[in-house]
Design a protein around this ligand. Structure first.
Ligand code: FES
Length: 108
């Protein structure tokens, strides 16, 4: 699978789905979830200002460190856990093959 990775996604109803997504389109995780019609709002368009793309990262992949903005947004968001990340801040790269994510509950 050149330029593609697999991601396992658990939605807000607890159902799991295997996705195959390209690594050469500069997508982030929020965009991948929206493209695959998951119930993820992405209200701010991906600038770490809404937390509606919050996911829990369930696999042990080494992700880029959180930016100041991501950290700040998560400190104000609901349902935040140790493994919370903003999907829009996770770039899809080959290193993320096999990523396991769970979509966090809606804010309200
Ligand atoms: S889309 Fe708004 S924080 Fe990710």
């Amino acid at each position: 699978m050149d330029n593609q990775i697999k991601i396992l996604v658990k939605d807000r109803d607890g159902k799991t789905y295997n996705l195959v997504t390209p690594t050469d389109m500069s997508l982030n995780l929020m965009e991948v979830l929206k493209l695959n019609e998951f119930d993820v709002e992405g209200t701010c368009g991906g600038i770490a200002m809404c937390a509606s793309c919050q996911c829990y990262i369930k696999s042990k992949h080494k992700l880029e460190e959180k930016s100041y903005d991501e950290d700040a947004m998560l400190s104000e968001a609901f349902h935040v856990k140790q493994d919370s990340r903003l999907g829009c801040q996770i770039k899809i790269t080959e290193a993320l093959n096999g990523l396991v994510v769970e979509i966090a509950p809606k804010e309200n």
